[in-house]
Design a protein. Structure first.
Ligand SMILES: [Zn+2]
Ligand SMILES: [Zn+2]
Length: 332
């Protein structure tokens, strides 16, 4: 019989379809769809030498040959950096001017090296850049919510294969984030503990869904993973906001992220994925009830009518099997 599992972090239900569950390796991307990726493409706006194809950079980490990481405003920005925040309320109709920040973070000069193929110190530079841009965006008084994310591959919503991530800072806070803040505050009030610390402790105790444990972080498949192989990387130390991360922790996050993504890369033949940092806004830094984490969502299945219609998910794989499969993939 299938089992319905409740995700305490998102408050969503997922049907774990145990009887038609696929084996982990059935999710691997087919080799025939993969072509070798070149290190440099003259038509790529993110390759070194083509900097004129993007707006001037807002931040750069230089190195001897040019740059290690480069940040530029998105050429097709979702929100406008220029302008004031205006709110208009007409009856029940509300609008807010589309001001904010939308930047692209080019993670490496090398077109072919996705996160799984970078070195730890290169990923650490990317994380330090995330912190810099997150703090910069959060300090803008027009900004309500800052979202850091990566789209890898076409199924994840990108056509540009050069390794990059994005940051979008919007003038409003979404219902999803507000709900997470309220839900975790309610849990803290009722139980006197951080919900996320509790989840992490439980996962470490059971161990069956843990993929990787490092000094500062743990990556695991959630008990109620909404989709196959969706994973969290959670800091062991209680921190409400991503901006609270310390230097040694940034290095630890880089290593944990790189190894977790390398297991996915080698285990499932470089599947498309998104990752995003789910964090409280910076003004919530220090609160006892919220806890940030990084969420990795491999795009192995499509959302269909049932998911859209019900807000419930069907996961045709077993979180424990997926975690054990990734644990066993050897990565340096
Ligand atoms: Zn490129
Ligand atoms: Zn916590």
């Amino acid at each position: 019989m299938p089992e319905l599992r409740h995700n305490v972090l998102t408050r969503e239900w997922v049907i774990i379809a145990t009887e038609r569950a696929k084996r982990p390796r059935d999710f691997a991307t087919k080799m025939k769809n993969k072509k070798p990726i070149p290190s440099y493409l003259d038509t790529c706006p993110f390759c070194p030498g083509n900097e004129k194809m993007t707006p001037p950079e807002t931040y750069i980490v230089p190195d001897a040959d040019g740059w290690r990481v480069r940040v530029t405003p998105n050429k097709f920005a979702a929100v406008s950096y220029e302008g004031d925040l205006h709110r208009s309320i007409l009856g029940i109709r509300r609008t807010v001017s589309g001001v904010g920040i939308h930047e692209v973070i080019v993670e490496t000069p090398d077109h072919s090296r996705t996160t799984a193929l970078l070195k730890d110190d290169e990923v650490e530079t990317v994380i330090q850049t995330y912190l810099n841009r997150f703090r910069f965006a959060s300090a803008d008084p027009r900004v309500g919510q800052v979202t850091l994310f990566k789209n890898h591959g076409e199924a994840a919503g990108t056509s540009l294969e050069h390794p990059h991530s994005q940051i979008i800072a919007t003038p409003v806070i979404t219902a999803q984030l507000r709900d997470r803040l309220i839900n975790s505050l309610r849990h803290f009030d009722e139980f006197g503990e951080c919900l996320f610390c509790h989840v992490l402790e439980q996962e470490l105790k059971e161990g069956t869904r843990v993929i990787l444990e490092t000094e500062h972080f743990v990556s695991f498949v959630q008990f109620a993973a909404l989709t196959p192989f969706s994973m969290l990387i959670m800091p062991r130390r209680h921190m409400a906001c991503f901006s609270e991360i310390k230097e040694a922790e940034a290095a630890g996050l880089a290593h944990t992220l790189r190894v977790t993504l390398a297991k996915l890369y080698h285990g499932l033949n470089d599947p498309d994925f998104n990752y995003t940092i789910r964090t409280a806004p910076m003004e919530y830094a220090g609160v006892k009830y919220h806890h940030w984490y990084l969420s990795i969502i491999p795009r192995l299945t499509k959302m269909a009518g049932f998911e859209l219609g019900s807000g419930m998910f069907i996961n045709a794989s077993l979180p424990e099997e997926n975690a054990s499969f990734l644990r066993d993939i050897a990565v340096n």
